[in-house]
Ligand binder design. Structure first.
Ligand code: PLP
Length: 419
């Protein structure tokens, strides 16, 4: 995308709207979008459009259309999954315990805190130093009291992917429900609910070139229907699980975005992998850049720490480069990222960390420009940094930052030929 300001490398926060998606939405924004619950011709016309969108989102997951519940985004889908499933089961005396990864999005973690206030207990599974959630650690956390486990398919800060097959097997062996937050995963890693025994799965349109303000929760119906306590009360829309008039234009946009996501999957992956390799190779050239995460994570996210600089100074030096900086990764929550902290990163490293995220419209020139700006900022800030003086004198980063957690420096990798 030719951004008007600086390069835009914040696709994990939100993606631009795909022009084809906007074209699909336009008639419903400019013309009449009748209430799809209304029993008259314009209402039935709107209902048909909503139904097509539902089929498209379901097809993306290999689900049945009736298993898709529209929400306002992944935050609401996460809340409906975690609160809705746990409350329904808890109310029937089936247990009182929930297991989550400590690295989950705030939407899941805050919903779990609400459950704790209601008398349930929550186990937060810590990641390894590279952000991996060990399926064995999830299995250890489960008990016969566990109602639900929730682990994101792709972490939104580090891009680290979860071994969903192994985690699902452990959760199912305990007879608990399994929720997956797939807001970052859709279009980046394979998602197939026929293959993966997941019960609930959250999606967001605006991470996938669709509009903001709409998402969906997949709720399994077969072989057994997953029951949820609704969060809202009102009309009977969405089978009573999510009452409220269905926003036709938004939902049509989400359907169009997910249809295109399926069509573009291979091309998107090739593009992302080439950009990511280019980004890593050029960043490695700056020196003193630590990877927060794993090299085999989702290709659209790269989280790095810039050694030898202070987080606040770094954020200020970025100017109009649109990346997610330090604590801004969990916008609204003060302090360093809970994900980086859970990985054992000391606060000065977490503060000096940046999430760069890529997408379909990012160009190689934008990547190069972003790295050039970062290199200039690092050079400027390091010139007067006592930390950098120690690092460049050969002192190990772990000693300089007084941490036992290994800090893996980014190393140059070969760029694919189609870069
Ligand atoms: C993993 C994950 N879950 C949930 C959300 C919330 O999504 P939404 O903005 O659609 O509410 C996000 C986006 O920030 C995310 O990355």
């Amino acid at each position: 995308m030719a951004a008007e300001s600086g390069p835009y490398l914040d696709y994990a926060a939100t993606t631009p709207l795909d022009p084809g998606v906007l074209a699909a939405m336009r008639p419903w924004l400019e013309g009449l979008a009748a209430n799809p619950s209304s029993d008259h011709p314009p209402g039935r016309h709107a209902a048909a459009a909503v139904s097509t969108a539902r089929v498209r989102v379901a097809a993306f997951l290999n689900a049945a259309p009736e298993e898709i519940v529209w929400t306002s985004g992944a935050t609401e889908a996460d809340n409906l999954a975690v609160l809705g499933a746990a409350r329904h089961q808890y109310g029937r005396g089936r247990g009182d315990h929930v297991v989550v990864a400590a690295t989950e999005h705030r939407a899941v973690l805050s919903a779990c805190e609400a459950l704790e206030r209601e008398g349930l207990s929550v186990t937060r599974v810590r990641p390894d130093a590279d952000g991996t959630i060990d399926p064995a650690a999830v299995a250890d956390a489960l008990s016969e009291r566990t109602l639900l486990a929730s682990v994101a398919a792709v972490n939104n800060e580090t891009g680290v992917t979860a071994d969903l097959d192994a985690i699902a097997a452990a959760v199912k062996a305990r007879g608990a429900l399994f929720h997956v937050d797939a807001a970052q995963a859709a279009g980046r890693v394979a998602l197939d609910v026929q293959r993966l025994p997941v019960d609930l799965l959250s999606l967001s349109a605006h991470k996938c070139y669709g509009p903001q303000g709409v998402g969906a929760l997949y709720v399994r119906r077969r072989p057994r229907r997953v029951r949820l306590a609704p969060l809202l009360h009102g009309g009977g829309q969405e089978g009573g699980l999510r009452p409220g008039t269905v926003p036709v234009a938004q939902v049509v946009g989400m359907g169009a975005a997910f249809a295109r996501l399926a069509e573009e999957a291979r091309a998107d992956e090739r593009h992302l992998r080439a950009l990511r390799a280019r980004l890593e190779q050029r960043l490695a050239g700056i020196g003193g850049i630590v990877r927060n995460g794993r090299a085999d994570g989702s290709p659209h996210i790269l989280n790095i720490a810039v050694l030898g600089v202070h987080g606040e100074a770094l954020a200020a030096a970025l100017g109009d480069l649109a990346v997610s900086a330090g604590s801004a990764c969990s916008a609204g929550s003060p302090g360093p990222s809970h994900v980086l902290r859970a990985m054992g990163r000391p606060d000065p490293i977490a503060h000096a960390s940046l999430r760069l995220s890529l997408g379909r419209m990012v160009t190689a020139a934008e990547v190069d420009e972003a790295v050039a700006r970062l290199a200039a900022a690092a050079r400027r800030l390091r010139a007067f940094s006592p930390l950098w003086r120690r690092l460049s004198a050969g002192e190990p980063a772990e000693a300089v930052y007084a941490t036992a957690t290994p800090l893996a420096l980014l190393e140059g990798c070969r760029e694919p030929a189609h870069g």
